[in-house]
Design a protein around this ligand. Structure first.
Ligand SMILES: O=P(O)(O)OC[C@H]1O[C@](O)(COP(=O)(O)O)[C@@H](O)[C@@H]1O
Ligand SMILES: [Mg+2]
Ligand SMILES: [Mg+2]
Length: 314
């Protein structure tokens, strides 16, 4: 068989080639490819790095693990050196970092470098979540994202992205290249899987009733405790709902609007699903601070509508 360069055969589409066909500007192609490159170092850190604590805490007062700090450094450095980024914010940083001053053609990036990091010691799947905006403003609605992506470090490494023209999955091959595995992923209107985050004994009345409704209709509980694998399941199977609701004592739930929710809501909406905080679409929430949290109900459209019906009773 003749030798074929990886990504060049009729059967393999590499990430850069796919991005070039999306009709987006070269800087954005470059930026997404740089983040994909950075993820190769993050997966290496996850596989072999120190599982201990870093001795520091983040903006939310949570203890940072050495892996949180290392993953953050890997991605931040790559973004700075990309030459196409002005502002950077992450779940592990206390404030916005300006890589370069505002100029035409630059992007800003909000990310969670290693979501679910406390699951690494028990060898469960974790991931990186990224939102990209044009210009330097990071405190804007998720609806303004020009691209969103996540990388899932599971038994396989996969990357799911959208620039607003469909949702596409790439899988890392044995050469550590991302090659296209599923294009234009779409979700069903309704599903039979549910992934409920948060302590159930803290659920408000309407949320508890919604879970009972799901159980009675025979929906399957599929919850790993990692937002990236849990959402990936809903998107890839095209069915189901994930929620991290408002809880008694935590009316905004746990998940972070800028670093976790906006990217996932953008991807799910682009796959034909929906994401709400119980009242309005996640993508329409106005961010006021970097550390803003929101409750979330995200997945198949009809399931999300049903969730809203129930949680309006809270
Ligand atoms: O187990 P908890 O505290 O209810 O939280 C689970 C949620 O928190 C997360 O771990 C996010 O927090 P981290 O980014 O700090 O890991 C999500 O992956 C998951 O959906
Ligand atoms: Mg997180
Ligand atoms: Mg994190």
């Amino acid at each position: 068989m003749p030798f074929s360069e990886p990504g060049k055969t009729k059967f393999q589409v590499d990430l850069r080639r796919h991005l070039r066909n999306q009709g987006i500007c070269d800087n954005l192609v470059h930026l997404i490819c740089e983040i994909a490159e950075a993820s190769k170092y993050v997966i290496n850190a996850v596989r072999t790095g120190d599982l201990g604590v870093a001795g520091t805490s983040n903006l939310y007062g949570e203890e940072q693990l050495a892996l949180d700090v290392l993953s953050d450094r890997i991605i931040k450095k790559r973004l700075i050196h990309s030459g196409v980024v002005c502002n950077i914010a992450s779940e592990e940083m206390d404030e916005i970092f300006q890589a370069q001053a505002d100029a035409d053609g630059l992007y800003s990036v909000a990310y969670d470098p290693l979501d679910g990091s406390s699951l690494v010691d028990v060898n469960l799947a974790v991931g990186t979540i990224v939102s990209i905006y044009e210009g330097c403003n990071l405190l804007q609605k998720g609806r303004n994202q020009v691209a969103a992506m996540y990388i899932l470090y599971g038994p396989r490494v996969s990357m799911v992205y959208s620039v607003g023209k469909g949702v596409h999955e790439f899988t890392m091959n044995h050469l550590m290249e991302y090659t296209l595995s599923r294009e234009n992923i779409t979700m069903q209107d309704e599903g039979n899987i549910y992934a409920p985050g948060g302590l159930r004994n803290k659920y408000q009345q309407g949320t508890e009733q919604f879970v009972r409704y799901l159980e009675e209709k025979g929906a399957k509980l599929r919850y790993s405790g990692g937002f990236v694998p849990d959402i990936n399941q809903v998107i890839m199977k095209g069915k189901g709902i994930f929620m991290y609701p408002a809880l008694n004592g935590s009316p905004n739930g746990k998940l972070r609007l800028l670093f976790e929710l906006n990217a996932m809501a953008f991807l799910v909406e682009n796959a034909g699903g929906a994401a709400t905080d119980g009242r309005q679409p996640i993508l329409d929430l106005e961010p006021h601070s970097l550390d803003q949290r929101a409750p979330v109900y995200i997945g198949c459209k009809a399931d999300v509508v049903k969730a809203m019906e129930f949680v309006s009773r809270n």
